[in-house]
Write a new protein. Structure first.
Length: 73
């Protein structure tokens, strides 16, 4: 891909809806992580991890109890 082609793609992306731009950014992060071996979590992912550390998600026992309600007897 030439520099001009890259610039044209980036210019087109600027006209996309935010959700499509976010999706492209996620794909780009995945590619960068694969190439470098380093994954950089998004702000949303970091927030979820912080909530888990603070105990704001279900415990293993709670998850198992929930699954028992869905399994056939």
């Amino acid at each position: 891909m030439t520099r001009d082609q890259i610039e044209a793609v980036l210019e087109a992306v600027r006209t996309w809806p935010a959700e499509d731009q976010d999706e492209l950014a996620e794909v780009a992060r995945d590619i960068a992580a694969r190439r470098t071996g380093v994954y950089r979590a998004t702000a949303e992912e970091l927030k979820i991890l912080d909530e888990a550390d603070a105990g704001e998600v279900a415990s293993d026992a709670e998850v198992e109890a929930a699954f028992r309600t869905f399994r056939p007897a």
